[in-house]
Design a protein around this ligand. Structure first.
Ligand SMILES: [Zn+2]
Length: 276
């Protein structure tokens, strides 16, 4: 969950480009006629998102009373996603914005674009680039077409939410019958308590407590022998130095990954290695 630069395409140009190959001239004209309205509304979307007020946008079923949600969906699927001249201009470029990794879970490969505000309920933003998030299929399935009544109930928006200023993702190591497990939680000590609630919503919506614990279980099982050897060989202080170097290296990528949270938990509790 890192912040990424939002795609910087002119939405009016996107609408007109998508409309240009429509053969039904009446429909083509109607869509061209709403391009200015969509442009203006997309600017409003950007301002509201910057102020964390995106939830104030009302659900609707027509774009400026002229084009239906179904027509916008068709325009998106037939032209924006599939048209051989339109797709490379926008869709393919947005798909690679996060280097192929899902920005929501940071585990899966990007499979398609998700409409942050679902296109069936907010058709005006079907082609708004700031509303299109490259996402893995699993996260897309989990989000479904929910609406969110407040900033804190909505998931983190990868183009607008500053997620790396503070350490909000933490873990603790617990000994269980068959070894060591990591339990993830959102750090409630950070200053911005609204953001704490938002992070918790994000973790629940995308089932990330469980996913991160599973990733951590693999990391622990692959490394535990080496960690135990390390603490015996270098002593606790030497082992802490080694773990600290791993943390610093992971922090260069980002501050709140499941992996850096796991190594911070190990650093805080290296003694746990004597008991497993
Ligand atoms: Zn994902």
């Amino acid at each position: 969950m890192r912040k990424f630069d939002k795609p910087d395409f002119d939405v009016k140009e996107i609408v007109l480009t998508c409309a240009s190959s429509i053969s039904d001239s009446e429909k083509k004209e109607r869509i061209e006629n709403v391009s200015e309205y969509i442009d203006q509304k997309s600017r409003e979307y950007n301002s509201l998102a910057e102020s964390h007020l995106l939830f104030q946008i009302d659900i609707h079923n027509m774009v400026d009373g002229l084009v239906s949600a179904e027509e916008m969906k068709q325009l998106y699927e037939d032209k924006f996603v599939k048209h051989k001249y339109v797709r490379p201009k926008y869709y393919d470029k947005i798909m690679i914005l996060t280097n192929g990794i899902c920005p929501v879970c940071e585990l899966g490969q990007v499979g398609n674009l998700d409409h942050y505000l679902p296109k069936s309920l907010y058709p005006t933003y079907t082609l708004t680039p700031y509303n299109l998030i490259p996402i893995c299929r699993d996260c897309n399935f989990k989000k479904k077409t929910e609406t969110f009544s407040s900033y804190e109930k909505a998931p983190i928006h990868p183009y607008y939410d500053e997620t790396d200023d503070e350490i909000w993702l933490k873990a603790e190591l617990n000994i269980v019958e068959n070894g060591l497990v990591a339990v993830y939680f959102v750090n409630s000590d950070i200053v911005n308590d609204v953001f704490v609630k938002k992070c918790i919503s994000h973790m629940i919506i995308f089932d990330l407590y469980k996913k991160y614990a599973t990733e951590a279980a693999r990391e622990i099982s692959e490394n535990i022998l080496m960690w135990k050897k390390g603490i015996n060989k270098w002593g606790e202080d030497g082992f802490r130095d080694y773990i600290n170097d791993i943390i610093k290296s992971l922090e260069c990528i980002h501050n709140n990954s499941w992996k850096v949270a796991l190594y911070r938990a190990l650093l805080e509790n290296v003694n746990v290695l004597y008991d497993v």
